[in-house]
Design a binder for this molecule. Structure first.
Ligand code: ATP
Ligand code: MG
Length: 254
């Protein structure tokens, strides 16, 4: 493991009943990288991020973050070590405003009980931190709105803001551009690149290949639970195995 290596994954795999969702995947992420994670539907992308974040327990393999073995650590413990996950399926608390949803996440940076954080810690500090995160994803003007009144594109950004609230060193983004129109997607992709430039290491799952190629210098591709390519974006997208994986899927993702 070299010193600039932040994430080190070896032969990671998970089986759900008879289905091997991720099968012997190995790769490293260096401190400061912005890596695109691509692959057809069901390739195992979300499952791989969930393995890293500790939401899913691997049946094989090793994960190290900053030279520490993660396998036995809970998702909350990994979050406190700097791994932030923004989920593909957004599930904000419907009874809270957009801002309160982020305050809750900001609170869990400080204690393992976000509810206690909400009740006892300096609310002004948390509120400021949460507002700053909403600003980072350009939805600060919607802070007092209820999530149920907002379109998916806004909720996806709220999900990114919640992940940012924990001040992650590495951000795992699961399809943050889904549900956005073209210009909104370009704006959020720019924002993800800017976040990366401030020093946050990012692994980005996206079906919007044009935006991934625009902002990610490196791409990893999964297919059927296997890693089929890993390298500079243009070379990876020209790789016959990658072209084949996408052609096999049909035209469901332009
Ligand atoms: N908790 C689970 N239990 C059973 N099967 C699962 C579970 N999570 C994922 N799977 C299966 O594992 C495979 C990989 O799913 P995953 O969600 O990781 O794919 P993905 O690459 O993120 O796909 P998409 O692009 O559609 O989001 C799929 O066949 C899926 O049905
Ligand atoms: Mg997925």
């Amino acid at each position: 493991m070299s010193t600039s290596e932040l994430l080190h994954i070896r032969d990671i795999g998970v089986r759900f009943g008879g289905l091997v969702a991720v099968d012997g995947v190995s790769f490293d992420v260096k401190d400061g990288e912005l890596v695109g994670l691509l692959g057809p539907n069901g390739a195992g992308k979300t499952t791989l991020l969930r393995l890293i974040a500790g939401v899913v327990t691997p049946t094989t393999g090793e994960i190290h973050f900053r030279h520490e073995r993660l396998n036995r650590l809970s998702a909350a413990a990994r979050a406190r070590r700097g791994i932030g996950l923004s989920h593909q399926i957004v599930r904000p608390f419907r009874s809270m405003t957009m801002l309160e949803n982020v305050i809750l996440a900001a609170g869990s940076e400080i204690t393992s009980s976000p509810w206690r954080a909400m009740a006892t810690l300096d609310r002004t500090h948390l509120r400021e931190r949460a507002l700053e995160c909403l600003r980072m994803v350009d939805i600060a003007d919607l802070a007092d709105k209820m999530p149920s009144t907002q379109p998916l594109g806004v909720l996806k950004r709220l999900e990114v803001a919640r992940a940012l609230a924990m001040r992650p060193q590495m951000l795992l983004l699961d399809e943050p551009l889904a549900g956005l129109g073209h210009s909104e997607a370009v704006k959020l992709a720019d924002l993800i690149r800017d976040l990366n430039r401030t020093g946050v290491t990012i692994v980005l799952i996206e079906h919007n290949i044009a935006e991934v190629m625009r902002i990610c210098p490196r791409i990893v591709v999964l297919d059927n639970g296997h890693k089929i390519a890993d390298g500079p974006s243009v070379a990876v997208m020209e790789d016959p195995a990658v072209v084949e994986a996408y052609l096999g899927e049909g035209a469901s993702h332009a």
